[in-house]
Design a protein around this ligand. Structure first.
Ligand code: G
Ligand code: G
Ligand code: NA
Ligand code: MN
Length: 251
């Protein structure tokens, strides 16, 4: 309960901030996009990790406010970079609860307009759990389709960890797939995992999806992912989450 009260205050006082996790194109080595991640330093509670923060926010409904905050920050930053001649795409994570709001399309369009941000610069990530639930909720699928038609790319996050059903790949206009870091962890140590990752890369690409590997921490992992044709990578080997200024220095 205390954490909920503090979070509400943090939202009111803008004590939340955003870090950006760079994503590197494997072929060109360029930083083509970043994932916006929420950070909360509370004066009483200290640093509250997203693993703790997000589930509480989802339960209490404050996830809608966090989502709005991340949407604003992502559009603002993408527009700033575009104006500086750095066309970096910015993705942010979303929860299904945000898409239950029937005004989600309108809200996103309004924020894009406010910052003069092109929809092509914005990517929205969701998990398999989200995708599976969304399948049964027509209004959510329609909102996602409208935003995709606007030019926003939808990203399937943590791919491979959730559910055996893949029907959502047909139902939802997904443009990009992120292989979960649990696969990448030991990929250089187990031949079976290497085959599995190679298979996931080919699977995604055969569906015209851009395939990204998460949690890349070593040169060996990077080399392997390059060899199996993975499109992009993110992880501590490239960079930890950093500030917008640090992203610019990386370019
Ligand atoms: O670095 P990191 O600890 O930020 O993220 C931990 C988890 O929290 C990840 O699964 C990430 O997707 C999630 N997360 C981080 N920021 C946000 C956010 O703004 N919204 C949602 N829904 N999830 C987030
Ligand atoms: O679930 P999601 O993919 O959104 O998770 C992003 C989370 O992964 C963030 O908490 C981020 O700090 C973390 N992360 C980013 N790169 C690495 C990495 O190379 N290794 C590990 N273990 N975590 C990472
Ligand atoms: Na994510
Ligand atoms: Mn992920």
């Amino acid at each position: 309960v205390q954490i909920e009260k503090r979070l509400l205050e943090a939202l009111n006082h803008r004590d939340l901030h955003v870090m950006f996790l760079p994503q590197q194109d494997v072929k060109t080595g360029a930083i083509t996009s970043v994932e916006a991640l929420v950070r909360w330093e509370d004066s009483v509670l200290g640093t509250v990790s997203p693993e703790e923060l997000i589930p509480i926010a989802e339960e209490t409904g404050l996830i809608n406010e966090i989502g709005q905050f991340m949407l604003e920050k992502s559009c603002e930053q993408a527009a700033i970079w575009a104006q500086k001649g750095m066309p970096i795409k910015v993705s942010f994570n979303s929860s299904i609860r945000e898409f239950r709001d029937k005004n989600m399309v309108k809200t996103i369009r309004k924020v894009l307009e406010k910052y003069k941000c092109s929809p092509e610069l914005i990517q929205i990530e969701f998990t398999e759990k989200f995708a599976l639930e969304a399948e049964a909720e027509k209004a959510i699928v329609q909102q996602i389709q409208k935003l995709q038609q606007d030019g926003i790319v939808f990203v399937l996050d943590d791919f491979g960890t959730g559910y055996a059903s893949l029907r959502y790949l047909q139902m939802l206009p997904i443009g990009k797939l992120k292989i979960d870091k649990s696969f990448i962890n030991s990929v250089t140590k187990q031949e079976k995992l290497e085959k599995l990752v190679q298979g996931l890369v080919q699977f995604g690409q055969s569906l015209d999806l851009q395939v990204v590997a998460e949690g890349v921490e070593s040169a060996e992992q990077f080399a392997l992912l390059k060899r199996v044709g993975c499109d992009a990578v993110q992880g501590y080997y490239i960079s930890p989450p950093i500030s917008a200024e640090e992203v610019e220095k990386m370019l």
